[in-house]
Design a protein around this ligand. Structure first.
Ligand code: PFF
Length: 447
């Protein structure tokens, strides 16, 4: 029995709620480590170009589909063309894969929040021993995973529409301010300037296909694309609001926070590693090792560390709530379940999958799937395999089956579509080619 869902009450409410889903661990935890690893400035440049072209086209497509059909992902694709019904199912597999491991990282964030609240920050500021010991023993990560997933579940069980809008309106601006503060402080640390230059100055010597593949995967993840979320959000959007400017605003928020997170972390990595570039390859652990060192070197580091991890936790929560809400609404619709039983089913399933990621860092650290740990494998499977497939089929559906006018009409309901030319070229020609390249290079040797 699907519940009647309320719409957003203001345009800014919609933008901030969509931004609340988009801005999360992807921006603060994932973006900086990818940028560090895949070339610094050149990664940033490629990412920015992709955001304003490809990301824009795909996001406006998804939100328009949602608003026009008024349906969530499963119904929406079938509505446009019944042959594309399976696409809704494939897209909805993505949140199911991401949600469990997202909660594992969310649990790490809660652990670090506790570390700062209880004044153990100095112990965490080391070369990574503290962090590796933490994730290397399954007990604590499991406990924090359970707390994090429990918090998410409580909100989703209560019903989130109003809550999301209210929380996001307050949270997003605070997150921006605190990020600017930490980023600017980070730049003043000795040796940080070199890292700042690595981060913002594109060096074409660092360019490779991997840069593009990684940036593209990150774009999907960060903007919550190719998984049905933006379709669902679009279905709540008011007809009188301007779609194009809303999409541009969401992009600015999302990319702005990612940029600031990189600025908080990458220069600091340089400063604390004494310019040793191998520190840039630390991957998923970067935020948990580098930032404690930054906080340790700041006056008032304990308070700032606490505020920072509170904000990361809240940003992560708004995202995982939207992930879980999407899965729950699919289960409710498909199996005709009420909200609470549907939530319980989702939690039971997700906790099992999440435990694979937890154990993959501890007792099963020797077990590898295609050469990856479980968490990395789930990340790779969703971002580099399924999302490009969903995006490619969406482009074919809109570019060639329903035709781009399907989207253009919706955008033009209340204002001229300024980037119509760009949108058409992206959806019909550029994006499909990209998707095939990403998909093939993911399969043949990207990792
Ligand atoms: N975009 C979120 C982030 O960058 O953290 C992650 C995410 C949230 C992905 C919600 C998918 C989603 F449905």
């Amino acid at each position: 029995m699907s519940e009647k869902k309320a719409g957003f009450s203001t345009k800014i409410g919609f933008v901030l709620a969509a931004a609340g889903s988009a801005v999360g661990l992807g921006n603060i935890w994932r973006f900086p480590y990818l940028a560090a690893k895949y070339g610094g400035g050149i990664f940033l440049l490629v990412y920015l170009i992709l955001t304003v072209t490809f990301g824009f086209a795909l996001m406006i497509t998804e939100i328009s589909i949602g608003r026009k059909t008024g349906k969530s992902v499963i119904g929406a694709y079938a509505d446009i063309n019944s042959k594309f019904k399976p696409l809704g199912w494939i897209a909805s597999a993505v949140p199911m894969i991401i949600f469990p491991y997202y909660c594992v990282i969310g649990g790490w964030v809660l652990k670090y929040l506790m570390v700062y609240i209880t004044g153990q920050g100095p112990a965490a500021a080391d070369d990574g021993t503290f962090f590796n010991t933490f994730i290397g023993n399954a007990g604590q990560p499991t406990l924090f995973l359970a707390i994090y997933m429990g918090l998410t579940a409580v909100v989703v069980m209560l019903g989130v529409e109003k809550g999301i809008e209210k929380v996001s309106k307050f949270l997003m601006p605070v997150l921006v301010l605190i990020s600017i503060f930490i980023a600017v402080y980070g730049l003043t640390i000795d040796g940080a300037m070199e890292g700042f230059i690595y981060y913002i100055k594109p060096d074409f010597a660092n360019f490779s296909l991997k840069t593009v593949v990684a940036a593209m995967g990150q774009l999907f993840y960060s903007m919550s694309l190719a998984m049905g979320i933006m379709i669902t959000y679009g279905s709540y959007m008011r007809k009188e609001d301007n779609l194009e400017t809303s999409v541009r605003q969401i992009e600015i928020f999302d990319t702005g926070i990612a940029f600031l997170a990189g600025m908080m972390i990458i220069p600091a990595v340089f400063a604390f590693s004494g310019g040793d570039k191998s520190a840039l390859n630390a991957g998923p652990s970067l935020m948990f090792i580098t930032l404690p060192n930054v906080f340790e070197s700041m006056a008032g580091g304990r308070a700032i560390g606490t505020v920072f991890f509170v904000l990361v936790a809240l940003a992560a929560l708004t995202s995982s709530i939207s992930l879980m809400e999407t899965i729950v609404s699919i289960i409710m619709e498909k199996f005709k379940l009420k909200r609470i039983p549907a939530c319980l089913v989702v939690i039971a399933f997700s906790i099992v999958i999440a435990m694979l990621s937890v154990l993959g860092y501890s007792v099963w650290s020797e077990v590898k799937l295609f050469g990856m740990q479980f968490l990395d494998f789930f990340d790779f499977l969703s971002n580099n395999i399924i999302m490009p497939i969903v995006a490619l089929l969406t482009c074919i559906l809109i570019g060639y089956v329903a035709k781009t006018t399907y989207i253009e009409e919706e955008v033009e309901l209340n204002a001229p579509f300024k980037s119509k030319g760009l949108f058409r070229v992206m959806i019909k020609y550029v994006a499909p080619v990209f998707m095939v390249v990403i998909f093939l290079s993911s399969i043949f040797g990207y990792v």
